[in-house]
Write a protein that binds this ligand. Structure first.
Ligand code: PEP
Ligand code: MG
Length: 557
């Protein structure tokens, strides 16, 4: 037994082991008060110029770093630079300085206003609060003549520990030197997690007791299990890290198709958001598309594209996967994904409001036009019986109406299992439709009554929660008894151990971010169906998420 002292457990977001001395990110500058003694009238104009120069410097530095990065890292840095130069933010700050505030205080006050606004909007906007805080710290440091805050460049490998990491810092981490990242805050969908995944750096977020780890302590970080240890025997720790490196290499060379060690086929599919995403996914070992999130094509569309224009967009995804399965999801607009052309009523609680299939209430005809467009795209690409599923279905009536609308257009209807009512009555729902796909992100959010975007609730929004696993079991069992396909397309499918449990429960396909496919395929290929079924039965007897996770790791490793 080498794990002599688990220091903290968080949410593992990038699997892999890192073993190195801990290095803490240094805190941000001490911020001035949001208001101080008023500046004289004459000093205000030059103060605005001083502040503008600081903003330009900060934005230019971020843009320069964006041009040295690639992929998601470059996008995040570019987005942070754009936010720094945001006109609304500039206007608010300039107004405060014109009223007599110093540049430092005005920056603090204006960003506080924007943070409040973004938090009220919730969802994706709330996730940008870290970016705003990062911009504030950079601008204030520049104004005070302090060095740029952020991660120091280490001289030898380290495990980086932080309260929270600004996306701009995460984007420039060098995987050769940063062998692991752990933050006390942050959620599985935060930018930090997304970039760490892209860079392949083992990463844990929401690690509550992180502060007890001293700078320089030798830390073994397990990004799969979400644990951090100190006091591990160095020889054994090194051996574990080496074995993990070999596993990561095997992942790189895995090519599919998905099957268990004893040959049971499991479709491994990609989640995509548009034609470009589908073409990129086709380069991974994906056997088709299990979830095409159509709303993501239209996040900035002010007017509804015509049926012909929509068909052009949808056709691109079909063309990227010729002769393979492609599952369309109708617009899941609303909540954290507002689509400008869709009529959203004002709501107190949008995650529980008019989103997904419910949009028909507010915007009659929208669903029908989208189905016409999908049918047209299918016809143009020579696809018969294209698969279409509806998000946020809660009642049998909704499923019946949706199925009828699809069948009238020769489309094969399915529904997502995101609302617990569908998991509980899965057999009855399956009488109405041809297939189901479990959206574990929302199913977990609604089963646990915990906002999936709230970093502080990461322990609740964990698909290993026993109640969530039992709901999935109910949906899977209905698929087996009615002999209709039931798969998973939420983030849970991308966790290699949970993927085996899902297969053991009877789910027939797993759809995920394309870069997660190989790790899932490799793990699935290392265990038999019987092993998956036994592990699933054992996991269903667990009473905590932690116990479920460790039971699965034990039985499937
Ligand atoms: C889900 O809820 O699990 C899902 C796949 O849908 P989305 O993440 O787009 O809400
Ligand atoms: Mg969902």
């Amino acid at each position: 037994m080498i794990d002599t002292a688990i220091v903290t457990t968080g949410t593992g977001v990038v699997a892999g082991l890192g073993y190195a001395p801990a290095l803490w990110v240094k805190p941000a500058p001490v911020l001035p008060p949001s208001y101080d003694a008023p500046l004289s009238e004459e000093a205000r104009e030059s103060e605005i110029e001083r502040w503008k120069a600081a903003v330009v410097t900060v934005a230019e530095r971020l843009t320069a770093r964006a041009s040295n990065a690639s992929g998601a890292a470059a996008e995040v840095l570019g987005a942070t630079a754009a936010l720094a130069a945001d006109r609304g933010l500039q206007r608010a700050t300039a107004k405060l300085i014109s009223a007599g505030s110093t540049a430092e205080s005005a920056t603090v006050a204006a960003i506080a206003q924007f943070i409040e606004k973004f938090e009220k909007l919730g969802g994706l906007m709330a996730e940008r609060v870290t970016d705003l805080g990062d911009i504030r710290n950079r601008v204030v440091s520049e104004l005070l003549g302090l060095p740029e805050p952020g991660v120091p460049t280490p001289e030898r490998p380290i495990v980086l520990l932080a309260e929270d990491l600004a996306p701009a810092d995460t984007a420039t981490l060098d995987p050769a030197l940063i062998h692991g990242v752990a933050t006390r805050l942050g959620g599985p969908t935060s930018h930090t997690a997304i970039i760490a995944r892209q860079l392949g750096i083992p990463c844990i977020v929401a690690a509550a007791d992180l502060a007890s780890i001293q700078e320089g302590a030798l830390v073994l970080l397990d990004g799969g299990a979400g644990t951090l240890f100190v006091g591990t025997d160095p020889v054994e720790a090194e051996a574990r890290v080496l074995a993990d490196a070999a596993r990561r290499e095997a992942v790189q060379s895995w090519t599919g198709p998905g099957r268990t060690q004893d040959g049971t086929a499991v479709e491994l599919l990609a989640n995509v958001q548009d034609g470009a995403g589908a073409r990129a996914a086709a380069k991974f070992p994906a056997q088709g598309v299990g979830l095409f999130r159509t709303e993501l094509c239209f996040l900035s569309a002010q007017t509804e594209p015509s049926v012909a224009d929509q068909a052009g967009i949808y056709g691109e995804v079909l063309a990227a996967f010729p002769d393979q399965k492609v599952v369309f999801r109708t617009l899941d607009a609303g909540s954290d994904k507002p689509v400008p052309f869709v009529l959203h009523p004002e709501e107190e609680n949008p995650a529980l409001g008019v989103r997904g299939i419910r949009l028909g209430q507010a915007d009659p005809g929208l669903l029908e036009r989208q189905l016409d467009a999908i049918a047209l795209a299918a016809k143009q690409q020579g696809v018969t019986n294209a698969k279409v599923m509806a998000p946020m279905v809660a009642t049998i009536d909704e499923a019946q109406d949706f199925a009828a609308a699809c069948r009238a257009r020769q489309l094969s209807p399915g529904i997502m299992v995101e609302v617990p009512s569908v998991a509980l009555l899965a057999e009855a729902f399956l009488e109405e439709v041809d297939f189901m796909s479990v959206g574990t992100n929302d199913l977990t959010q609604y089963a646990m009554a915990a906002d999936r975007m709230a970093p502080s609730l990461a322990a609740l929004t964990d698909p290993w929660q026993p109640a969530v696993l039992h709901l999935i079991r109910s949906a899977a069992a209905a698929g087996v008894s009615s002999q209709k396909p039931v798969g998973v397309c939420g983030e849970a499918a991308a966790d290699p151990f949970l993927a085996c449990i899902l297969v053991g429960l009877g789910l027939s396909s797993l759809s995920m971010a394309p870069n997660a496919l190989a790790a899932v395929g490799l793990q699935l290929g290392s265990v038999s169906l019987d092993q998956c079924q036994r592990a699933a039965a054992a996991v269903l007897r667990c009473t905590t998420a932690r116990e479920a996770r460790s039971t699965a790791h034990e039985l499937l490793s």
